[in-house]
Design a protein around this ligand. Structure first.
Ligand code: ATP
Ligand code: MG
Length: 371
């Protein structure tokens, strides 16, 4: 159990290269040992406090779990990046990860960025031939109503570029390009791209800017966001002769991040694997095999409607409560007291009804016990 030592990951913003590096280099958390009730009672006050702190932090950071969605996304991203090794004069294919909130886009993309960064550094070294630090990934998270200039500045901020205070949007853009070139960035991630200020003129300006980046920057552009398709980002431009948009559309590969579903046997199997994986990671004294996978499968599906974000919130909060109150296990009664996000709560009611009436089940045939 560490107290001082490594930097605290909870304080990172990941919008600066140093933070990003800390994230990349952080060792995987080690799961606290699972003690039974008797061992738990035997701990003295200090040891108990330390153990509980370690568990709180552990439960708040369960993941990332290698879900089928995450594995598929990573597979696609490797394909695209590895095939984007053309020389600098050819525009590279861009990627858009477009899915509803809370389905794990950011988590999956960051996990990929981490692996990619490590692979590049291992293969090419920490410094470029010119002696600059190598930064294979530049990641920018957008916030409410970011304009072009802010976007360019955010890229500079990532590199901690000194010239970032007084410039025009175009100058910022050029400086950012400079950083990208000298640090040999290969993957540029723009997260929450839907926050980019979208003009009434169906985003031609935005699209042009992204196209400029895609053309001039020798990187694979990875756009992440909600409803990017609706913003016309990669439409074929049926309306108003938007050939510019069509051009972006042709070069962008769209990847999704679907929720879990229970209407096919395969979907139910994936769901079961997810909650089995979660069960392994829960460190409560009163857990037993099947606590989630057998006894709470339907319940957890109803409360999360297959959205991993809602599921993880529920499990995290449930574990904190079980630990704090001494229940030391997850039950329906306990989870009923735990609040979840509003979207999940709304969708829950209908689904619970269907599950209760046995019109639906979340459990695959193979894993279903009688009763
Ligand atoms: N593979 C995973 N394993 C464990 N937890 C995950 C996984 N994917 C997502 N989560 C959890 O779900 C929550 C939501 O995930 P994330 O922020 O990645 O979603 P998002 O699609 O980027 O959402 P938004 O559109 O709101 O940015 C996070 O708290 C994260 O911890
Ligand atoms: Mg996100």
């Amino acid at each position: 159990m560490s107290s001082a030592g490594p930097p605290r990951l909870s304080n990172l913003a990941l919008s600066r290269k140093e933070d990003f590096k800390t994230f990349v280099d952080a060792p995987r958390r080690t799961q606290p040992e699972r003690l039974n009730q008797k061992m738990l009672r035997a701990l003295n006050e200090r040891a108990r406090a330390a153990y509980d702190r370690a568990r709180r932090e552990w439960h708040a950071n369960l993941g990332p779990i290698r879900t089928p969605q995450l594995a598929a996304l990573h597979g696609d991203l490797w394909d695209i990046l590895d095939s984007n090794l053309q020389d600098g004069d050819k525009a590279k294919g861009a990627v858009a990860v477009d899915a509803f909130p809370g389905l794990g886009k950011t988590t999956a993309v960051l996990a990929f960025a981490r692996e990619f960064h490590r692979r590049e550094i291992a293969e090419y070294g920490a410094f470029t031939a010119q002696g600059h630090e190598r930064w294979p990934v530049c990641r920018v998270g957008l916030t409410g109503n970011t304009g072009m200039k802010d976007l360019n500045r955010a890229m500079l901020e990532f590199f901690g570029h000194p010239g970032r205070r007084t410039s025009t949007a175009a100058q910022f853009g050029l400086q950012a390009l400079d950083c990208v070139l000298s640090c040999e960035v290969r993957l540029l991630i723009l997260d929450d791209l839907h926050f980019l200020k979208w003009r009434k003129t169906s985003g031609i300006e935005v699209s042009n800017h992204l196209k400029w980046i895609a053309n001039e920057f020798p990187v694979t552009l990875l756009k992440v966001g909600v409803g990017l398709a609706d913003k016309g980002l990669f439409s074929e431009g049926e309306s108003a002769g938007e050939t510019v948009l069509a051009q972006t559309g042709r070069r962008t590969t769209r990847l999704g991040m679907p929720p879990f579903t229970i209407d096919t046997e395969q979907g139910r199997r994936h769901w079961r694997q997810l909650i089995l994986a979660l069960e392994q990671r829960i460190v409560l004294a009163g857990t037993y095999p099947g606590m989630l996978a057998d006894d709470l499968s339907d319940y957890l599906f109803a409360r999360s409607t297959g959205h991993i974000g809602s599921l993880m919130t529920l499990i995290n909060r449930g574990c904190q409560r079980a630990q704090r109150t001494g229940t030391e296990r997850l039950t329906r009664g306990l989870l009923d007291q735990v609040k979840n996000d509003e979207a999940a709560e709304q969708a829950r009611r209908e689904l619970e009804y269907a599950l209760h009436a046995r019109w639906a089940t979340s459990r695959p045939r193979s894993g279903r016990a009688a009763g």
